[in-house]
Structure formats: structure tokens, C-alpha cells
Design a protein around this ligand. Structure first.
Ligand SMILES: CC(C)(COP(=O)(O)OP(=O)(O)OC[C@H]1O[C@@H](n2cnc3c(N)ncnc32)[C@H](O)[C@@H]1OP(=O)(O)O)[C@@H](O)C(=O)NCCC(=O)NCCSC(=O)CCC(=O)O
Length: 339
């Protein structure tokens, strides 16, 4: 079975390999031993911590194929961003330049540096190894986080965002960054992205243009990628859009990739999730695919499988293999939602 579980120290080699494979622009998985190890221990500590409101917690999950123990994907949640260092975005807005006497009316797009998402929760680090991009693996990795958020709601803010990877080429060059680099910075995009990934973000505050930027003054190439996702990130944004996430004009300050957001109570997999009591047996003939998780934090497990769930019943029948994978037995509670 394909199972989502919290990362452990012995997953380090697999995490490192995925950091290498994820490539340029994947800010949250830098190829850096110390930082990757810190991410694992921070996640372990976050799960152990008693939390009543979101703070400096980060939860990192992996996807494991239980048939052979292969760890083939990651996804993560940050409880609250920007609480101990500034969290930047550009907001794409409009100004109108008009003169009635000259009969001129022009709408101009501007990018304004802001910290508007301070304190919100963040979905991040969604990566599935290429040879595993099949069946429901990507959906499971992305959406299992919503069951976790539903079950441990006190650990998260009421708004959640995801910064989608923007456009860059195979060598890691971002047309948006190239313009910024030319005028304001002298470091290339992979270096800036890497420094951000390892937490060295002070250079942003020091060098980033602080006044609004007229979009029409950017290079044509930079203008064209504002709010666009990297081609490999299209499935990731499609998964979030299917949950009700949308972009409200905020883009990444380095590659101009879109940030999408949703209120937690509006996220489909959370809104329609239900808690039911486990019975062991064989699901009925008219089964439908469901995402399902247990309700324990440190031993959190989620998977998907076809189940028969009726509106009226407060119970669900699970095959023994699924109950074993989730670490539940008859009488325990599980949370589920349609995948
Ligand atoms: C994102 C995942 C994990 C998704 O896995 P899969 O590719 O197997 O997904 P999938 O099931 O084939 O597709 C998911 C949904 O996207 C749709 N889809 C697929 N390709 C598409 C395309 N080119 N354009 C538009 N939609 C597309 C599918 O029809 C499907 O929707 P239907 O089922 O409705 O048909 C993977 O592609 C990946 O590892 N990508 C590279 C890493 C990456 O860029 N990650 C995101 C970085 S940004 C980030 O991490 C923040 C966001 C976050 O954490 O969620």
C-alpha cells in the first residue's frame, strides 16, 4: 500500500536523493545535509510538542510503498510563516493614470513588495519521484495534508497558502529574476533560491527594490512569466485548484510564480471530511475511492482505497491490510474524505 507518514531520521538518504532530483527553483528542498537533517528533526519535535495555536512548527511527511519500504515522495506543512523573519511577496495591483483634459486613460500594472501573508499556514515541499507519478500517488501526497489539518485544526491558521514554483529553464535561469539581477542584485537565481532555502534571507530586505515596480518597465520575458507556474508544477496547482485554492495577485519575489490561498473552512477535502468508527471486513460492492487517516499525531498515517460509505452510517468497513497500514483496529476512529 502507498502510505503517508511523518518523516523519520532514517529517511535521510531518500530525502537527500529527492532534494537532488527536485532541481532548481524548488526552494524548500535545498541540497544541504545540515538543513535537510534539521528539517527532519524539526518535524519530529513539532509532532511531539503540545500546541494550542500555530507557531514555529513544521510537519514533513513522506510517501512510503509498504510493499518494499521505498520512500518516493514528500509533502509538508508550515504552521505559521513569517513570525520570526519577514515573509515577502509581490502583490500585482493596478494604478490608473488618467487626464480628462488630454483624454488619456491608462491602467498600469504594478508590483508592490509586501508581507501580507505573515502568520498564515503554508503547504510546501510537494515532490514525487518521476517513476512514481502514477495512479493516485500525487493526489495522496498533496491531499493527505488536508486530513492532518482537519484533525489537528488548532495547529494551523484559518488561512493557508502555497507558493507555486515559477518559470525557470533547465539551467535554473528565471526570466523574472534575470531582470532583478541586472538592476538590483548581482547573484544568479539558483544562488538566491538556495540562500532563501537555507534561511539566509537578509539579503532580500537589503537589496530588493522597495518601491512599487511598473510591470511595463520589466523585460518582455519577465512580464510574460508573472503569475505563471513551472511546467512540472502544473499538476501541483491543479490539485490545489480542485480544493478551491485561487491566486489573489500575490507572486513570488524571485521567480514571480503564483501564490494560491484558501480559507481552511472552504478547502473541499477538509469541509467534507467525516470521522467514522472502524469495522474490519470487506468493503461493499459499490465502493468509491476515499482518502483516509488515523487520528493520532505522532503515528499519523494516511492512505487511499475504495470504500463504501453511506450518509447515515457512523461506521466504515476497512480491509485488515488497510487497518494495519493505518495502525487502527475495530472501534477506533478514522477521518476520511473523497479523493
Ligand atoms: C506535484 C506532483 C507531486 C503531482 O503528482 P503527479 O504528477 O503524479 O500528479 P497527477 O495525479 O498526474 O496530476 C494531478 C492533477 O493535475 C492534472 N494535471 C496533470 N498535468 C497537468 C498539466 N500539464 N496541466 C494541467 N493539469 C495537469 C491531472 O489531470 C490531475 O488532475 P485530475 O486528477 O483532476 O485529472 C508531481 O507532479 C511532482 O512531483 N512535480 C514536480 C515537483 C513540483 O513542481 N512540485 C510542486 C512545487 S510547489 C509546492 O511544493 C507548493 C505546493 C504544495 O505543497 O502543494
Amino acid at each position: 500500500m502507498m502510505v503517508i507518514r511523518p518523516i523519520r531520521a532514517d529517511d535521510y538518504p531518500a530525502l537527500y536523493q529527492m532534494a537532488v532530483e527536485s532541481g532548481h527553483g524548488f526552494t524548500s528542498l535545498p541540497v544541504n545535509d545540515e538543513l535537510l537533517m534539521r528539517k527532519i528533526s524539526r518535524s519530529e519535535q513539532s509532532l511531539q510538542k503540545a500546541v494550542s495555536s500555530p507557531g514555529d512548527e513544521g510537519y514533513l511527511f513522506v510517501l512510503e510503498d509498504t510493499s518494499n519500504g521505498d520512500v518516493c515522495g514528500t509533502s509538508a506543512l508550515e504552521a505559521a510563516v513569517g513570525l520570526d523573519d519577514a515573509f515577502y511577496h509581490y502583490h500585482l495591483g493596478k494604478v490608473v493614470h488618467s487626464s480628462r483634459s488630454l483624454g488619456v486613460y491608462k491602467t498600469v500594472d504594478i508590483l508592490t513588495l509586501c508581507n501580507d501573508y505573515t502568520g498564515v499556514s503554508e503547504l510546501c515541499t510537494l515532490f514525487l519521484r518521476e517513476n512514481r507519478r502514477e495512479k493516485n500517488n500525487g493526489r495522496l501526497l498533496s491531499k493527505a495534508r488536508f486530513l492532518f489539518m482537519a484533525e489537528f485544526a488548532e495547529r494551523f491558521a484559518d488561512r493557508v497558502i502555497a507558493e507555486m514554483r515559477g518559470v525557470s529553464d533547465q539551467n535554473g535561469h528565471s526570466p523574472f529574476w534575470r531582470w532583478l539581477q541586472e538592476h538590483f542584485f548581482s547573484v544568479d537565481f539558483p544562488t538566491a533560491d538556495y540562500l532563501t532555502g537555507i534561511g539566509q534571507k537578509v539579503f532580500i530586505a537589503e537589496l530588493m527594490p522597495k518601491y512599487p515596480i511598473y510591470v511595463s518597465l520589466l523585460s518582455k520575458e519577465a512580464q510574460q512569466v508573472i503569475g505563471k507556474v513551472h511546467e512540472k508544477t502544473r499538476p501541483a496547482i491543479a490539485l490545489l485548484q480542485s480544493e478551491g485554492f485561487s491566486n489573489r495577485g500575490y507572486v513570488d519575489i524571485f521567480d514571480a510564480g503564483p501564490t494560491v490561498e484558501a480559507r481552511v473552512e472552504h478547502i473541499r477535502s477538509i469541509r467534507y471530511s467525516r470521522k467514522l468508527q472502524v469495522q474490519i471486513g470487506t468493503p461493499g460492492p459499490d465502493s468509491q475511492p476515499y482518502l483516509i487517516c488515523n487520528t493520532t499525531i505522532e503515528n499519523f498515517r494516511a492512505t487511499w482505497l475504495p470504500l463504501t460509505v453511506t450518509e447515515q452510517s457512523d461506521q466504515v468497513v476497512l480491509p485488515q491490510a488497510c487497518a494495519d497500514a493505518l495502525g487502527v483496529k475495530a472501534g477506533d476512529q478514522v477521518r476520511l474524505t473523497r479523493i
